[in-house]
Design a protein around this ligand. Sequence first.
Ligand code: FAD
Length: 516
Amino acid sequence: MIAYLERFVHGNDVESRQNDDDVVDCTSLCDALNLQGSIDSVATGLADKDFGGLRSIKPLALIRPAGTDDVARVVKAAARSSNLTVAARGNGHSINGQAMADRGLVLDMRSMEDVFDVVVVNGTAYVDVSGGALWEDVLKRCVSGFCLAPRSWTDYLSLTVGGTLSNAGVSGQAFRYGPQTSNVTELEVVTGKGEIFVCSETENSELFFGALGGLGQFGIITRARILLQPAPDMVRWIRVVYSEFEEFTRDAEFLVTQQDGDSFDYVEGFVFVNGDDPANGWPSVPLDSNHGFDPTRIPKTAGSVLYCLEVALHYRNTVHPSTVDMVVDGLLGRLGFVENLKFELDLSYMEFLLRVKRAEEHARAHGLWDAPHPWLNLFVSKSDIEEFDRAVFKNILKGGVGGPMLIYPLLRSMWDTRTSVVLPEGEIFYIVALLRSNLPYPKGPSPEKLVAQNHEVIQYCIKHGLDFKLYLPHYEIQEGWKRHFGNQWTRFEERKENFDPLYILAPGQKIFSRIH
Ligand code: FAD
């Protein structure tokens, strides 16, 4: 069987092979691997595409595993071959080909059997879901079936559980509950040796913490146990505007450092251009089309960019609206935003969590969703965030990025340092997300130009010694990765040796090269 697989891997480039008669015979490959699931011809597969749209790398085959045993069989087969790699593909929402495998085997994790079990352990509710489950499905099933919900989210939910747990999973709830990696208590993982382990803080803990934020390097997450809480019914969603960065950060930091119950349930923020550009400026702030942005309210001292603090309060249907008003007014009364530049909307909890789905529909309708997305995400230490604002937002990016430029504070103590994620120093650090959304070239700017601008931002940070880490990191060479992990590199390398000694898994991250 290995000889059969290897016929396809050795030899010349993939394009010419596929034009031969010698194309991958999916049925034979499936039989050879003894899979319950199926194998797709790579020509029609999704496996060479991702949301970034910046690269396209052809695999040998796209495999749709039926369950964990299939995943293990595929990894074992790759381990017995001389050079096959295996990439788990969540929903392909990476930017730089992280879920691709050059002439390797790509596993479409979304095809994994449906797992959905709500369990109660010592009075606390959890849900067991497949690593390939989409967060939006987890939300809908938990709320509609059990009035429960996970505590920590991403802004957009058409992402897989295994995909976000391999990074961190961050949104406006993370200041209180930590990232999604801090809200999972047990995983089932298939290692790079094809072994299946259940792991947790107390059982196979090195694999558990390694896999969380592990960029897919140590194992494929086939199941996760996620902490639940009672789901609120409604959300009041609020945006307020600042002209001064120091006031914006002071208020954001105040809110994220209050005790549970003394703050909002969600805190985020973004930078926008002080102008009328529809994508980058004032019109990007109101929460619905009935709201207008009155620029005469902006102080005369304001600069080229403004700041928006975005907060939300959860509440139950049974609570009287005047009580919600009172709590919100009490919290907003402690903040120093520009008077009368406030936008509010009440919506259901599900509508709130699915808000980016509506943005997706809009982007699809305008040809923006399928265009390239050279996004850049960073974590920047509080100690350097003012300099970052001055050099990056007010200078390099003063014209905007054609989409949201998120910035909000997070607390290091809510992150478990035993996971594989690396962070800047200090208790408070900011996530910065440049979520570029432009029409495809030549109607919009060329992706190369935008990638170069990202590079300029990163180079500024390096050259001026800013304390930062890339989030959803991407480096082309191992030197970049060593710098990224810093004093955690040795731990990362040791975990790789332990759990994936042949360097089979997640080759698209370009951290390690398959050992032949
Ligand atoms: P993929 O892109 O398919 O995979 C990502 C990496 O994880 C790959 O290396 C892959 O091999 C590996 N992998 C995938 N599944 C598994 C698995 N089961 N086990 C082990 N490894 C696996 N992130 C945030 O934190 N917060 C946000 O608010 C947020 N919003 C986003 C909005 C949009 C529109 C997009 C496109 C992305 C957003 N992200 C956000 C980033 C997102 O978390 C990453 O793209 C992440 O990789 C999840 O995407 P995915 O499930 O499609 O994984």
